[in-house]
Design a protein around this ligand. Structure first.
Ligand code: ARG
Length: 460
């Protein structure tokens, strides 16, 4: 077993159980590329600032590059006794280039190093999630465009409320995803600040050039306070929070797909390629993808609770507790990436049963508000109109009739101010078309949304 890189003051070896308990290499090995990129920038800076010899800095960079290449070729094995990815890389470097490797950690601590690595990793993850979100937005937009005119019941309390266009419903998903995308970009802004140079907590005695390192690694600026740089993971909380909000959106869309896919609703048919069967019931075709996205949202909510409670009451500056941030972050990233991909497959291949939707849209008095609005236009106060139409609906329930089945006389028995042509206002088409105010479900408004959304995506 190799001697610990921090072993100078120790006279006894670390207990095996303690070693197993404290190691993080089994999962933070995932940061190897970011760790090496950070170390290359650091070593280059050390050489440029004449803190170490230029020649030694070159050797370090060459050694690190060769480790990266071997890793990419699948030829690197990690050593648990070397604790974490940072020590593993340094140990591997020493095995390759000898003495100069011992200078890499000049003017640096694992505390500012790990914050830098995780930020590099997350920045990449954010960019990937952003791209996946854009792809899913394209799918939602295409489906909204293709099904813009179909009418379905709009619901509140899962009860028929007012008819809406399917394009409108799907565009609601689009805008939710757009805010998710924006949240990730916002999080990226606050995250993209270099912690390296903070040292263990108090800064460094060496004349380092932090701006140089920031530029090398693509950070927008350098952090202002060394304690803050190594102590805080608010950017990790913010990232997982954006992930959790996104997953809650996806779980809601999934829930709608599950309901719409039921025999009772029959609003959507999911493609064979995104559904699964039952081991006992031969007839089954289950929406497991939607159910799993819905289910997996709970993991990410758990990750958020975990990253928040991890930091609660931690005194400044670095504490080893913070090592526990990684698995939560990795889990959130993996879950979000997979969920976005499968949801895109499900939505793009979904076939909407627009006839079934249309039939359902006309049921359960969904144009009652339109009748009340018609009375208001004749001068009846809204509250009075509401009362009259409510009584009329009660009459319909008793007589097993829909609003469209009523004669003008029947309507006027309850609502004396009903206009002559009231029947034209009670169709689902008229109901939808009348909602022309900005953001409403009229086709012109849905088309405006679709144009605006296309412009947004076109600029990305
Ligand atoms: N592996 C640690 C982490 O993930 C970084 C090392 C800092 N350790 C320390 N004893 N100061 O947070």
């Amino acid at each position: 077993m190799a001697k610990k890189l921090w072993g100078g003051r120790f006279t006894k070896a670390t207990d095996k159980t303690v070693e197993e308990f404290t190691e993080s290499i089994s999962y933070d090995c995932r940061l190897i590329e970011h760790d090496i990129r950070g170390s290359i920038a650091h070593a280059t800076m050390l050489g440029a600032c004449e803190i170490i010899d230029l020649e030694e800095s070159h050797q370090i960079v060459k050694g690190l590059t060769s480790i990266l290449e071997d890793y990419q070729a699948g030829q690197i094995e990690f050593d648990t006794s070397a604790e974490d990815i940072h020590m593993n890389v340094e140990q591997l470097l020493f095995e390759r280039i000898g003495e100069p490797a011992k200078k890499l950690h000049t003017a640096r601590s694992r505390n500012d190093q790990v914050a830098t690595d995780v930020k590099l990793y997350l920045r990449e993850a954010i960019d990937d999630i952003h791209d996946l979100l854009v792809e899913l937005q394209h799918v939602a937009l295409d489906q909204a465009d293709a099904n813009a005119k179909a009418i379905l019941p709009g619901y509140t309390h899962l009860q028929h409320a007012q008819p809406v266009l399917l394009g409108h419903h799907l565009m609601a998903w689009f805008w939710m995803l757009d805010r998710d995308r924006d949240r990730f970009l916002d999080c990226r802004k606050r995250l993209n600040i270099l912690p390296l140079g903070a040292g263990a907590l108090a800064g460094t005695t060496f004349p380092i050039d932090r701006k140089f390192v920031a530029k090398e690694l693509g950070f927008d600026s350098v952090s202002e306070n060394s304690l803050d740089s190594v102590a805080d993971r608010d950017w990790a909380s913010e990232f997982i929070s954006a992930c959790a909000i996104l997953m809650i959106h996806l779980s809601r869309f999934s829930e709608e797909f599950i309901i719409w896919n039921s025999t009772e609703f029959g609003f959507v048919q999911l493609d064979d390629s995104v559904t699964t069967g039952s081991s006992i019931m031969p007839q089954k075709k289950n929406p497991d993808v939607a159910e799993l996205v819905r289910g997996k949202s709970s993991r990410v909510i758990g990750d958020l609770m975990s990253i928040l409670s991890l930091q609660k009451s931690l005194p400044l500056a670095y504490n080893r507790d913070l090592q526990e941030d990684k698995e939560r972050l990795f889990d959130a990233v993996d879950t979000v990436q997979m969920s976005l991909k499968v949801f895109g497959l499900m939505l793009s291949s979904a076939v909407f049963n627009t006839r079934r939707m249309y039939e359902a849209a006309g049921q359960a008095f969904s144009t009652a508000t339109d009748l009340a609005d018609a009375l208001v236009r004749r001068g009846v106060p809204f509250r009075t109109a509401h009362e009259q139409v409510g009584a009329l609906v009660g009459y319909c329930v008793e007589m097993s009739k829909e609003l469209g089945d009523l004669t003008l006389d029947e309507i006027r028995n309850f609502a004396p101010d009903a206009p002559e042509d009231v029947d034209k206002m009670l169709t689902v088409e008229a109901s939808v078309a009348a909602r022309k105010a900005t953001g409403g479900t009229a086709l012109s408004e849905v088309k405006r949304q679709i144009r605006k959304a296309s412009r947004i995506l076109g600029k990305l």
